[in-house]
Design a protein around this ligand. Structure first.
Ligand code: GCU
Length: 598
C-alpha cells in the first residue's frame, strides 16, 4: 500500500477530512480490462516449490541488465493453468513462483494498480523486493496499488501461487472438477489518474423502469470533483458532484431505450469521466424479478432453456483463457437452442460473462460452496463471503447475470442454514435486485414422489433442483412416472440431470456409458418434465461438454473425464445433444409454463 496513502488514510480516519480516500486492499478495480495499462500476459519464468518453501521477496529484486537467474529455469504461459502446460504438473498440487521482468516509464501524475483476473488458489505478490499482498480464492479478480513500489526502468514482479486444497478453502477438499493451479487469468498493470473511478453501477432503475440510475465511487482527492456520465446513443450527458464519501449518484430518463434480452442483446456504450480519468463500458438495460412463482424478464414471463458449463477450453484444453474459447462454448449452447447458461460451479472469467451478454444468454453465476463444506468453520465462511463480494462487484453491471447462487448440493443442517443464510443476506446487501438461488439435492422420495422441502427454500428467490433419474437411481423408463412435490411457491429451475456416455461408444440403450443410454435418459427425463414438472421455470441439464475430474479415473471410459457432456471434450456431439435441441425447439414454438403447455 502506498506510504503517503497510509498517512492520508490515518489523517482521514482521525480528522475525517475525506481529503484522500484510498483503494482498500482487495477491492476490485471495476472493468480493469477496459482501462489504460500494460498487459503482463505471455511467457513468465517459473520455479517449482513442491515444499512450498520461501517467499518471493528476495527473488523479486530488479535484475541487473544481463544478469542470469538460474533458479527460474522453466517457463509457463500466463494466463493459463500449469497442469496442462507440463506433463510433470498434470496432478501438481503445491506452489509455483512466477517471475516477470518488465520496463516501465512512470508518470508522476498517475497511480498504478496491479490487477489479477484470478489465481488459483492463493497468490502472494512481490514487486521489486517489496511484499505487496496476498489473495485467497481461485476464481475472482484482485488488485493492489503499487504506485510507490513501481520503478522507472527495470521492474521484477514475482507471484507465488499455491493450489493446495484446504478444508477451509472454497471449494473444500473434494470436488468434481480439475484443480487447475496457476495464474489462470490475465495480469495487468493499470494506470489511473490521481483521482479515479474505482467502482460503479449503471442499470435500469428498479423503482422506475423508465429511468437509468447508478453511482460511481471515486478514489483519491475527490472533494468537490464532478463525474460526467455519458450514454452517447441515448444523447445522455449528465454531471454529478461527488459527496463526502467519494460516491456520486445519478438518475437519468432516456427518451427511448431498447431493453436487453436474449432475442435483442442490446448494449449501450457508457462513458464515466472524472478529470483526466475515463472508463468506458458496454451495458445492457433489463429488469429481472419473480412474481406469482414466475421469473419475469422485462416484465414478461420467461422459461430458461439452459445448460451447465464448466470453464474448460474446448478441444481438451485446461482452464480457458480467451474470448474465442468462450464464444465456442457459448456457440454450442446457442446451437442447442439455449437462452440461459449455468456457469458451474465457480465464478467464470469476466470474458465468459461478457460474451454471454453479447450473444444473448442469461447467466446463473455461482460460488463453489460445494458438497461437504465445514459450515461451522468461520474461516470457510469468510472465504466464501469474500469470493461472493468479489463476484458480485465484478459482474454487477452485466445484464446477462440474472441469478447469484450461493451453493451446490449441500446437506441440510442448522450450521448450513446459518452459513448460507448469511451469504444470501450479504448478496442482497450487495445487489438488492438480482435473484438468489442455490442448487438443492432432491433425495427425499415418499410414495414415488420426490419432495423438495429443504429449509434453504425459504431463503432463496429461486430454487435449483439437482436429480439424476435414470443414472444414479431408477431405470430411465421409470422416470416419467416419478412425481414431484415442491413445498415452496417459488420459481424452480431443474439445475442438474443427465447421464454419462463415451462419445463414439455405441450399443443398446440399456447399456450404461453408450451414447444410446445417455440419449434414452434425456428422452425419459424430458418425458418426466412434460408429465410431472409443469411448475418448472427453467432447466440446465448436466452438462454441455465432458470435463476433467480427478474423481473419474476409470481408464477405459472416463480417463480423468466426467462423461456427462452432450459433446466430447473434442467438441464432437453425442446423440443426446439432438434430443435436448429438439425439445428446446419445441419450447421456443410453444409457451411452456405452469400447466400452459399447448
Ligand atoms: C453433481 C454435481 C456435479 C457433478 C455431477 C456428477 O450433481 O453438482 O458437479 O459433476 O453431480 O455426478 O457428474
Amino acid at each position: 500500500m502506498r506510504t503517503n496513502t497510509m498517512v492520508a488514510l490515518l489523517f482521514a480516519l482521525f480528522f475525517s477530512i475525506g481529503s484522500a480516500d484510498v483503494l482498500a486492499e482487495g477491492i476490485v478495480l471495476q472493468n480493469a480490462e477496459n482501462r489504460e495499462g500494460f498487459v503482463l500476459d505471455g511467457l513468465w519464468n517459473v520455479r517449482l516449490a513442491p515444499f512450498r518453501g520461501g517467499n518471493g521477496k528476495g527473488m523479486s529484486k530488479p535484475m541487473k541488465p544481463g544478469a542470469k537467474d538460474e533458479s527460474f529455469v522453466d517457463r509457463l504461459a500466463v494466463p493459463g493453468d500449469w497442469n496442462t502446460q507440463a506433463e510433470k504438473l498434470y496432478y501438481y498440487e503445491g506452489s509455483v513462483f512466477y517471475k516477470r521482468n518488465f520496463k516501465w516509464k512512470k508518470n508522476s501524475a498517475k497511480r498504478y494498480i496491479l490487477h489479477f483476473g484470478a489465481a488459483n488458489y492463493e497468490a502472494e505478490v512481490f514487486l521489486n523486493g517489496n511484499t505487496i499482498g496476498t489473495h485467497k480464492g481461485g476464481f475472482t479478480p484482485f488488485d493492489f496499488e503499487v504506485t510507490d513500489e513501481l520503478l522507472n526502468g527495470d521492474n521484477t514482479l514475482v507471484v507465488k501461487v499455491t493450489n493446495q486444497r484446504k478444508k477451509e478453502s472454497i471449494p473444500t477438499i473434494r470436488f468434481d472438477w480439475w484443480n487447475y493451479g496457476g495464474l489462470t487469468r490475465s495480469v495487468k498493470l493499470v494506470e489511473v489518474g490521481e483521482t479515479f473511478i474505482s467502482d460503479y453501477s449503471v442499470a435500469l432503475d428498479q423503482n422506475d423502469k423508465r429511468m437509468i440510475s447508478g453511482w460511481t465511487q471515486l478514489d483519491g482527492k475527490y472533494q468537490g470533483k464532478e463525474v460526467t456520465v455519458e450514454i452517447p446513443e441515448l444523447k445522455i450527458k449528465k454531471s454529478v458532484t461527488v459527496s463526502d464519501n467519494g460516491k456520486a449518484e445519478f438518475i437519468v430518463k432516456p427518451k427511448r431505450l431498447e431493453l436487453w434480452s436474449p432475442e435483442t442483446p442490446k448494449l449501450y456504450t457508457v462513458r464515466l469521466t472524472v478529470g483526466d480519468d475515463k472508463v468506458e463500458d458496454k451495458i445492457g438495460f433489463r429488469s429481472i424479478e419473480t412474481k406469482n412463482g414466475d421469473i419475469l424478464l422485462n416484465g414478461k414471463k420467461v422459461f430458461l432453456r439452459g445448460i451447465n458449463l464448466h470453464e474448460e477450453a474446448p478441444m481438451g484444453g485446461g482452464r480457458l483463457t480467451t474470448a474465442e474459447e468462450c464464444r465456442t462454448l457459448l456457440g454450442w449452447a446457442k446451437e442447442l437452442g439455449c437462452n440461459f447458461v449455468r456457469l458451474a460451479h465457480y465464478p467464470h472469467s469476466e470474458m465468459m460473462v461478457r460474451e454471454a451478454e453479447r450473444m444473448g444468454l442469461m447467466v446463473w453465476a455461482e460460488i463453489p460452496v460445494y458438497w461437504k463444506i465445514d459450515f461451522e468453520n468461520e474461516t470457510a465462511y469468510a472465504n466464501a463471503e469474500q469470493m461472493l463480494v468479489e463476484m458480485v462487484q465484478r459482474d454487477r453491471n452485466r445484464a446477462s447475470v440474472i441469478l447469484w447462487s450461493v451453493a451446490n448440493e449441500t446437506r441440510e443442517s442448522e450450521a448450513r442454514q446459518r452459513f448460507l443464510g448469511n451469504l444470501l443476506k450479504k448478496t442482497k446487501e450487495l445487489d438488492p435486485v438480482r435473484l438468489t438461488t442455490a442448487a438443492l439435492e432432491a433425495f427425499k422420495e415418499v410414495d414415488g414422489v420426490r419432495v423438495i422441502d429443504d429449509p434453504l427454500g425459504d431463503l432463496v428467490d429461486v430454487l435449483g433442483v439437482n436429480c439424476y433419474c435414470g443414472w444414479y437411481f431408477r431405470k430411465p423408463t421409470e422416470c416419467p412416472e416419478l412425481g414431484w412435490e415442491i413445498k415452496f411457491d417459488k420459481p424452480v429451475i431443474f439445475s442438474e440431470f443427465g447421464a454419462g456416455a463415451l462419445q463414439g461408444h455405441y450399443g443398446d440403450k440399456s447399456e450404461k456409458w453408450t451414447e444410446e443410454y445417455q440419449e434414452e435418459v434425456y428422452r425419459q427425463n424430458i418425458g418426466m418434465i412434460k408429465e410431472q414438472m409443469p411448475f418448472l421455470d427453467g432447466m440446465t441439464p448436466w452438462i454441455l461438454v465432458d470435463f476433467r475430474s480427478p474423481i473419474r479415473p476409470n481408464r477405459v471410459i472416463q480417463n480423468d473425464y466426467n462423461r456427462k457432456g452432450l459433446l466430447s471434450e473434442k467438441g464432437v456431439r453425442k446423440k443426446a445433444f439432438y434430443v435436448l435441441q429438439k425439445f428446446y425447439q419445441e419450447l421456443e414454438e410453444k409457451a411452456f409454463g405452469k400447466g400452459k403447455v399447448q
